[in-house]
Design a protein around this ligand. Structure first.
Ligand code: NAD
Length: 257
């Protein structure tokens, strides 16, 4: 399928699932806007390399997704948005009664409110063109919970609710809004949790991955960034035109348990 002529914004895309998704959209022919809160030479080099690899336009635009006005400015600076992937996200783990208020606020801002702001900025243009695709990267934690992840689970359930509401408001205008719910994907966000888990459980790396992390993922395999990106490309295809307001799990069977 070709997404040639479409412009895709992927938030939080200098790493992990965002980067993998941006690469799959570029491979399908879309021009891509990469984003994160940093403004390093390597961020711009990433864009230049991707443009060369896939023969599409790729720009890197700095915007801090914890700030509403920067989320909206990102869409404006992109100068058009046919495909919006709300991916930026952070994690913090703590019992609810000890959960630091600033971490709660940051997770809600980056993992949930950012999508409210980018969607509000992008939807009118999509409606006017009669075509648009909004893909929110939620999580298995948008459908189910785990202890000690109160802010993350609340934000991810919130984004599933936002997805349904926006789908209803956009229905019949050629614009769809869906959420992808990944299980564990081995990205820097997950990699960073392994050393601590090794200490807590007195296990080696492989045991932590298999017996702790993938314990709830019946396939006992990580999902890959290419699989999440491929699912996004499918949601952008004509075959997915009537898929809206729903969640697609890419979780090795986690939510079937
Ligand atoms: P990651 O840490 O590799 O990537 C997160 C991205 O968000 C990075 O590009 C980072 O720079 C960006 N980001 C963080 N704070 C930002 C801010 N304030 N402004 C702009 N960008 C910011 O993590 P990942 O695993 O690729 O996670 C991406 C998304 O996928 C998140 O929403 C996460 O909740 C979701 N997710 C991940 C997994 C997993 O197992 N890795 C599972 C389910 C859902």
């Amino acid at each position: 399928m070709s997404l040639s002529g479409k412009t895709a914004i992927v938030t939080g895309s200098n790493s992990g699932i965002g980067l993998g998704t941006a690469r799959e959209l570029a491979r399908a022919g879309a021009d891509v806007v990469l984003n994160s809160f940093t403004d390093r030479d390597e961020d711009h080099a990433l864009a230049a390399d991707m443009a060369k690899e896939f023969g599409v336009k790729v720009r890197y635009i700095k915007a801090d997704m914890s700030k509403g006005e920067e989320c909206r400015a990102l869409v404006k600076k992109a100068g058009g948005c046919d495909i919006l992937v709300n991916n930026a996200g952070i994690q913090f783990v703590s019992p609810v009664e000890e959960f630091p208020v600033e971490k709660w606020n940051a997770i809600l801002a980056i993992n949930l409110s950012s999508a409210f702001h980018t969607i509000a900025a992008a939807l009118p243009g999509m409606r006017a063109k009669g075509w648009g695709r909004i893909v929110n990267i939620a999580s298995a934690h948008g459908l189910t919970a785990s202890p000690f992840k109160s802010a993350y689970v609340a934000a991810k359930h919130g984004i599933v609710g936002l997805t349904k509401t926006v789908a209803l408001e956009a229905a019949g205008k050629g614009v769809t809004c869906n959420a992808i719910c990944p299980g564990y994907v081995l990205t820097p966000l997950v990699e960073a949790q392994i050393p601590e888990q090794m200490k807590v459980h007195n296990m080696d790396r492989e045991q932590v991955i298999r017996e702790v992390m993938l314990e709830r993922q019946p396939s006992r395999q990580f999902a890959t960034v290419e699989e999440i990106g491929g699912t996004t490309v499918f949601l952008c295809s004509d075959a997915a035109a009537q898929i809206t307001g729903t969640t697609i799990s890419v979780d090795g069977g986690w939510t079937a348990l």
